[in-house]
Ligand binder design. Structure first.
Ligand code: SF4
Length: 234
């Protein structure tokens, strides 16, 4: 059995559509091509994450997410490592890599950094999953923060690093969502044991929260005018 089946991105994908979750695992070659715009967005997210590390300098960066990274994370936590970047956790067949974990005087604080200038429901769902998996793997974060860019201040050498970001403590919400998150995980793992993709018809969910990258195959079944309507062009 695989050490993990779901990740942050596949969990978010599964919340949007079980069919997308299934196709992504078993028919990834059917995905639409990644656009230049999406690639630029990934690069921006990575760059902002690197800047945010300066909020808590001197940390140790974990290697690519995987079992060895999770073992190393556990070891560093046991040794009392003060700051870790991209620590990795695996539990219940789910892998997550947090952006920053800090050993504060009053406990372990988890920080998930977002490159956007506002929070969205996707970011909350991401935090809920991470909190649950981190706690389930044996480390209960004492606080969990979503961190996003301050819309008023550009990322530049002249700005104070603390002013570039906005911190939102979502610990209480994370705790209250644990049962729901576990239920979602169970459902998704169940979907992935099936021998056929779920029979889900195209609908508004195809565009929300993200435009699904299986529209190229799925939307063949619907008319051009329906496609335009789902894309909000009518
Ligand atoms: S295009 Fe729509 S129905 Fe098809 S997998 Fe994506 S979200 Fe699901």
């Amino acid at each position: 059995m695989a050490e993990y089946i779901l990740s942050k991105s596949t969990y978010i994908r599964g919340l949007q559509c079980y069919k997308s979750l299934y196709l992504n695992r078993f028919r990834p070659y059917l995905r639409d091509k990644i656009t230049e715009e999406q690639l630029a967005k990934f690069a921006r997210g990575h760059a902002v994450g690197k800047v945010a590390q300066q909020l808590f300098p001197g940390g140790i960066t974990m290697s690519r997410p995987g079992k060895s990274s999770a073992l190393k994370t556990a070891q560093l936590i046991t040794e009392g490592c003060p700051v870790m970047y991209e620590p990795c956790f695996i539990s219940n067949q789910v892998i997550v890599a947090l952006d920053i974990l800090v050993n504060q005087p009053d406990g372990r604080y988890a920080y998930e950094v977002k490159s956007s200038k506002a929070l969205s429901s996707v970011y909350y769902n991401d935090a809920f999953l991470q909190y649950h998996i981190i706690r389930d793997s044996g480390l209960k974060p004492d606080k969990f923060f979503l961190v996003h860019r301050n819309a008023e201040i550009d990322l530049s050498d002249s700005a104070e690093i603390e002013n570039m970001f906005v911190f939102t403590d979502v610990s209480a919400e994370c705790e209250s969502q644990e049962t729901i998150v576990q239920g979602n995980i169970d459902q998704m793992l169940n979907v992935l044991t099936r021998d056929k993709s779920p029979d889900i018809q195209p609908g508004k969910h195809c565009m929300s929260p993200y435009p699904c990258d299986f529209r190229g195959v799925c939307w063949k079944k619907i008319s051009h005018s329906e496609q335009e309507m789902l894309m909000g062009n009518q």
